[in-house]
Design a protein around this ligand. Structure first.
Ligand code: HEM
Length: 559
């Protein structure tokens, strides 16, 4: 009979050996057979955990629940949105974008807040990988993303961040003026939010499809019920160090506080999208709430603090592709399309395995238990997910018996329905992948087949095909930034924005870049440009957008 268990290995076998005393021979030589000693040292060497996310590395999390209050069944057949009262457990991860895993939270920085949700529904895993701003800096896709992100991170020249050297931060933004709407948002008070007083926006447009094959263009908004709070105007929350936001979130939840959000969609018909002043595929624009009112569909509330950071937050693998399902298609926004590929690719690298989605925090409800139940009380899942990839490092759950599907009807189907011996619940299996049927005639226009079934296809096609914003910048790209500055910000907020820009850009080490900063802000508002020039002690000449774009000089060597 074992009196005290000192140590154990992952095998779960019992050892009574003192874990702090290594095994040694009679002459004091440590022994190769001391498996605990090896375990300890090898685990330590690998305990830097997995690689950091290349962006959004610093994140904090908590558990949440999404409740559908007002179904969207008239605009989509997507299963998670059909039934009033359905609830999905999930996790929220709030992150900074540019900093490393050990860098400061938002109270220390000017950076958007990544606000991503992973919901486990009976119909599969649904991720909302959103930001706290409804717009973004870029709009032509993954091809712009690395340039932009690298300009916001440490300088490759001296490895200093923008606090000490903001040259590349401002060089990139001022040379890409389509960023200006997002930057006007970022240097407003909301640019330094406090967790979890943040909103979350899809930013991108999605295409919802209903049972009549009608398309609705949709953006999702998740609005904090207590309003957003920020470090600038809220001194009741102590923000004192790099982990202040994370500490505040964790402590509040451990103290029993609940945070809540309301979820809405903004919608457009294809005809409205076609006639829209801006382009629904352009991520730098918002849709007016007056013309496209918010329609409520759900609520989110926090359900608890995290209890294991690595397992629950670090190992999360969010993917915009997990929002795409029957009834929800991506729009042709090039940034969204690039993201559909990028995240899973990043995960395969970050986890050094294609099987990251089998980790407990990432996998669908029904694969944790072969009988389809993960929670207590058990959740009834809609179907047994069939994973069609095989093997690889960390592979655990392959829920079908066969690794192939046939291009014609399969004689061998996926595993038949199983009944859980503990609960008696039956999990229907995936039966969709049954291959294709005999095609009586060759249709050379295969590509368009599915789309042509869509109602109002000609209009949808015109909306989807319009990516005219990809080249060049126009006055239309500045006016929402001007409206935000002039009509939304009050005088105090305007003054704070100017001072925030002056403080930030004062570390730019290149005179050409520094001089360009007020000209960039002059595009938003002439007087704002002049004030920023005064603060930066540089000459200022107001330039129209056309003159601004034609004025660029190459960098001088004085940096
Ligand atoms: C072409 C543009 C973009 C690319 C290529 C891109 C790529 C990435 C990558 C590679 C990651 C790290 C994934 C990981 O290792 O887990 C990431 C994280 C993230 N991105 Fe993006 N991103 C883009 C634009 C955006 C936009 C527009 C938003 C918001 C609307 C956004 C929100 C987020 C969030 C919230 C995370 C953190 C997810 C988490 O909590 O784990 N990204 N992005």
């Amino acid at each position: 009979m074992v009196e005290k268990i000192y140590s154990y290995r992952n095998s779960g076998n019992v050892f009574t050996k003192n874990p702090l005393v290594p095994e040694y021979d009679g002459e004091g030589n440590l022994l190769l057979k001391d498996i605990h000693h090896f375990d300890q040292m090898t685990a330590f060497n690998r305990s830097t955990n997995q690689a950091e996310r290349i962006v959004h590395s610093k994140g904090s999390g908590c558990f949440v629940k999404l409740k559908i209050t007002d179904p969207l069944s008239d605009i989509t057949v997507a299963k998670p949105f059909q039934n009033v009262g359905e609830e999905y457990d999930g996790i929220l991860r709030i992150s900074t974008v540019a900093g490393e895993r050990g860098s400061g939270d938002h109270s220390q920085l000017r950076d958007p807040a990544g606000t991503s949700f992973k919901f486990k529904t009976p119909y599969g895993v649904m991720d909302w990988v959103f930001n706290n701003t409804p717009i973004f800096f870029i709009r032509t896709g993954g091809i712009q993303f690395e340039h932009f992100i690298k300009s916001q991170k440490r300088s490759h020249k001296n490895w200093l961040g923008a606090d000490y050297d903001s040259t590349q931060f401002w060089d990139y933004l001022t040379l890409n003026p389509e960023s200006i709407h997002q930057v006007t948002y970022l240097f407003g008070d909301r640019g330094r939010p406090i967790y979890p007083y943040v909103n979350a926006y899809s930013g991108h447009t999605l295409k919802f499809i209903n049972d009549k094959n009608e398309v609705t263009y949709v953006q999702i908004h998740v609005i904090q019920d207590e309003g957003t709070k920020n470090f600038i105007t809220n001194d009741e929350i102590p923000m004192i160090g790099p982990d202040s936001d994370r500490a505040f979130l964790q402590q509040s939840l451990e103290d029993g506080k609940k945070f809540t959000w309301t979820c809405y969609v903004q919608t457009m018909t294809p005809q409205q999208a076609l006639e829209f002043k801006y382009n629904v595929n352009d991520l730098t624009k918002v849709w007016s709430h007056k013309d496209f009112p918010l329609r409520k569909f759900g609520t989110i509330e926090t359900t608890g603090a995290i209890t294991n950071y690595f397992e629950q937050v670090e190992q999360l693998a969010m993917s915009p592709a997990n929002l795409i399902m029957d009834g929800i298609e991506p729009s042709n926004d090039p940034v969204l399309v690039a993201r559909l590929f990028s995240y899973d690719d990043a995960h395969r690298f970050r986890f050094n395995s294609p099987n990251f989605d089998q980790l407990p925090i990432n996998r669908p409800l029904s694969t944790k238990c072969p009988y389809g139940n993960t929670t207590n009380p058990p959740v009834k899942v809609d179907h047994d997910p069939a994973n069609l990839t095989r093997d690889g490092y960390m592979g655990l759950d392959y829920t079908s018996d066969y690794s192939y599907i046939a291009s014609t009807d399969n004689s061998i189907k996926f595993a038949s329905s199983k009944t859980c011996p503990m609960t008696g619940l039956t999990v229907p299996t995936h039966s969709k992948h049954v291959g294709s049927k005999y095609r009586p005639e060759v249709n050379t226009n295969q590509q368009g087949l599915k789309k042509q079934q869509v109602k109002d296809y000609e209009t949808v096609k015109k909306v989807d095909a319009n990516l005219s914003f990809m080249e060049g910048v126009n006055e239309i790209d500045i006016e929402q930034a001007t409206a935000l500055y002039e009509k939304v910000y009050n005088d105090e907020q305007k003054e704070r924005l100017a001072q925030a820009v002056i403080g930030h850009a004062s570390t730019a080490r290149n005179s050409t870049v520094k001089k360009r900063v007020p000209q960039y802000w002059g595009l938003v508002n002439k007087e704002l440009g002049s004030k920023i020039a005064e603060g930066l002690k540089v000459e200022y000449e107001y330039l129209s957008l056309k003159d601004y774009l034609e004025s660029f000089e190459r960098l001088t060597d004085d940096d």
